[in-house]
Design a protein around this ligand. Structure first.
Ligand SMILES: Nc1ncnc2c1ncn2[C@@H]1O[C@H](COP(=O)(O)OP(=O)(O)O)[C@@H](O)[C@H]1O
Ligand SMILES: [Mg+2]
Length: 263
């Protein structure tokens, strides 16, 4: 883009993934190529089973492609790394640690210790409105609160790339709306590179600069839809004509793929 410095952050280069299963090989991804630039917010939508999580796990370094390669900051991804942080649908918290200690764990991984870690952990918990629950254990919190701790911990790890796999998928509509707003606010401030999977088309348009529509299995990139709605965005953005037009278009495309799955 003219006049805009765009640094490539993640490159997915002709990636395919075949799982060996009891019923033979299962092609999850076919020849997926995608460039993600620094500070970009990308959302991925597509029917269930189309390989969204597989793609995220390949970027996270949790799974290896069968062919093709993935790169982060120019280096081939061969495993997990602190520059890439993951938030899963099910809050992966340490149940034996308090809320604050879950966040401190991430800070310790960055080499931040002692009183400073303590102070910073509280700051990250403030961001998600949970400072009052710092000394509680995960089991004492609701689902939405646990997911907020997971997000605070992911932010505390300060990764360059935030990978989120349907992080709000298991939450009720109200909590989901609140967490979307918090995430938007945080991203508008820090502009981390975000790769966010969702099955909620509205959520994708609200958050992303680009929505990637994936095809039914084997997952391929069907379309990349730019969302040219300026930030700051909020829940009212959903009522604008631009938003509704994008929603109609993306829904139609996703629905076609959903019908493919049912064939
Ligand atoms: N570890 C695995 N072994 C075998 N098959 C898998 C494995 N992980 C995912 N799959 C299959 O690969 C396909 C894509 O899965 P996934 O990436 O989880 O899709 P999505 O996240 O879009 O729902 C699905 O059919 C799923 O059953
Ligand atoms: Mg998934």
């Amino acid at each position: 883009m003219a006049g805009e410095a765009r640094n490539l952050k993640v490159r997915i280069d002709h990636v395919s993934k075949v799982y060996e299963t009891r019923n033979g090989p299962m092609e999850a991804l076919r020849d997926v190529s995608l460039d993600i630039y620094e500070n970009e917010f990308i959302c991925v939508v597509g029917p269930s089973g189309c390989g969204k999580s597989t793609l995220l796990n390949i970027i996270a370094g949790l799974q290896a492609p069968t062919s093709g390669k993935a790169y982060c900051s120019g280096h081939e991804i061969t495993g997990t790394g602190t520059e890439r942080g993951v938030v899963f649908q099910q809050y992966a918290l340490f149940p034996w640690l308090t809320v604050k200690k879950n966040v401190i764990f991430a800070l310790n991984m960055r080499g931040i210790k002692g009183e400073q870690a303590d102070k910073m952990a509280l700051e990250y918990l403030c961001k998600v409105d949970l400072e009052k629950f710092a000394d509680h254990f995960p089991k004492e919190l609701s689902g939405g609160m646990k997911q907020r701790v997971a997000i605070a911990r992911a932010y505390a790890a300060d990764p360059q790339v935030l990978l989120m796999d349907e992080p709000f998928g298991a939450l009720d509509a109200q909590t989901r709306t609140q967490l979307q707003s918090e995430l938007l606010e945080t991203w508008e401030k820090d502009q981390k590179t975000c790769f966010f999977i969702t099955h909620d088309v509205d959520e994708a348009i609200l958050l992303a600069q680009k929505v990637i529509i994936m095809s039914a299995r084997p997952g391929r990139i069907k379309e990349i839809v730019p969302v040219d709605i300026p930030y700051p965005r909020n829940q009212e953005t959903k009522l604008t004509p631009e938003f509704m037009q994008l929603r109609n278009h993306i829904w139609e495309q996703v629905y076609k793929e959903y019908l493919e799955v049912r064939k």
